[in-house]
Design a protein around this ligand. Structure first.
Ligand code: TYM
Length: 332
């Protein structure tokens, strides 16, 4: 059975982009077809200015939302990254294989580092080495497939390069993983600025639909989405990014193909209304389950404890093998 690994970073409230681009597929497809692990990658949340209490709260919330979105601990492994030491252990070895030039070429590093500097802050070293820790997440488990939204493609490419290089230098240790993306909504865009991604760290609300937004808030945000000049409903990401984004969200939530759906609408208003209804319907069961799970925090904690135990068992032999292969003396 193939091995699937993916992760989500607790740097903000989870969004419709996270759900449509990644989480929904994890629960609808991956956990049924693969030996799958899903991880709240809390170490990654420390790479930018953070509040310790907030990271803890968001980590718990992200884990609860993963279960609310349908991940079933009987079918897959759900855990928190910092509970399994193997990620950090392996990350250091991979830092000895990757180069600083590779890190500096990463688009997300360039964007985030520029944003930190613009705010007058400094750039944490861990922001630069972020992709190596992500490679460790993936490679520790012998992962075949990494289901992600398309903003993570470059990081998974780097993971492949690092795996191939390690294997060539030190002997075959890692599986070289491939990326998978959803057919639609691999990149959900911000409703107020449809040329940039809907991101959870943009804590300015109106362009971002959060998974826990009330139905009325979701409707308002979608009805107020920026649309393009012209009035014809067509799917063209370049020329009509706003309308195309809505068509893709609608297609992802209600089914169908964004280009074909475009033909069914005469006005932006009608498209927005149907999109809002479809999103509210998709979020409803997730929100209901989230509420139930919040009433039973001991259950969520238990899932994470067992998940970490299972993950540790899975990761340790390969990480130990990497320690030996690279030249470290076994502890005996
Ligand atoms: P993160 O936390 O930013 O996002 C989690 C998942 O959601 C997807 N996603 C989107 N998809 C479509 N449209 C959007 N607007 C959108 N926003 C987010 C992301 O592509 C991702 O699949 N570096 C990763 C976390 C990570 C990871 C890993 C992922 C750490 N280690 C190992 C896979 C494997 C990240 O920041 O995702």
């Amino acid at each position: 059975m193939k091995r699937v690994f993916s992760g989500i970073k607790p740097t903000g409230h989870l969004t419709l982009g996270n759900y449509l681009g990644a989480m929904r597929r994890w629960s609808a497809v991956d956990q049924h077809e693969a030996d799958a692990l899903f991880c709240v990658v809390d170490l990654h949340a420390l790479t930018v200015d953070h509040d310790p209490g907030r990271v803890r709260r968001l980590s718990r919330q992200a884990a609860t939302l993963l279960l609310a979105a349908g991940l079933d601990p009987r079918l897959c492994t759900v855990f928190v990254q910092s509970h399994v030491d193997e990620h950090a252990r392996l990350s250091y070895l991979l830092e000895c294989v990757a180069t600083d030039g590779e890190m500096r070429r990463m688009i997300q590093y360039k964007e985030r580092a520029a944003a930190e500097r613009a705010r007058g802050g400094s750039v944490r070293l861990s922001l630069l080495t972020y992709p190596v820790l992500m490679a460790a997440d993936i490679l520790a488990y012998g992962t075949d497939e990494v289901p992600v939204g398309d903003d993570q493609t470059q990081h998974v490419e780097l993971t492949r390069d690092v795996a191939v290089r390690f294997n060539q230098r030190y002997g075959r240790t890692f599986v070289v993983p491939r990326t998978t993306h959803p057919e639609v909504a691999a990149r959900v865009m911000n409703l107020q600025d449809p040329t940039s991604k809907m991101g959870k760290s943009d804590d300015v609300g109106p362009g971002v639909v959060y998974l826990l937004d009330e139905p009325e808030t979701v409707r308002k945000k979608i009805m107020r989405a920026v649309t393009d000049s012209g009035s014809e409903v067509v799917h063209d990401r370049e020329a009509r990014p706003g309308v195309s984004n809505l068509l893709e969200i609608l297609a992802a939530c209600a089914g169908g193909d964004p280009k074909e759906l475009a033909g069914a609408y005469e006005t932006y208003g009608a498209l927005k209304k149907d999109t809002a209804d479809a999103v509210v319907e998709v979020l409803r069961p997730v929100q209901r389950k989230h509420k139930e799970l919040c009433a039973d925090p001991a259950y969520v904690e238990g899932v994470l404890r067992e998940g970490a135990e299972k993950a540790r068992e899975m990761a340790r032999p390969r990480v130990d093998a990497a320690y030996r292969a690279i030249g470290l003396l076994p502890a005996g």
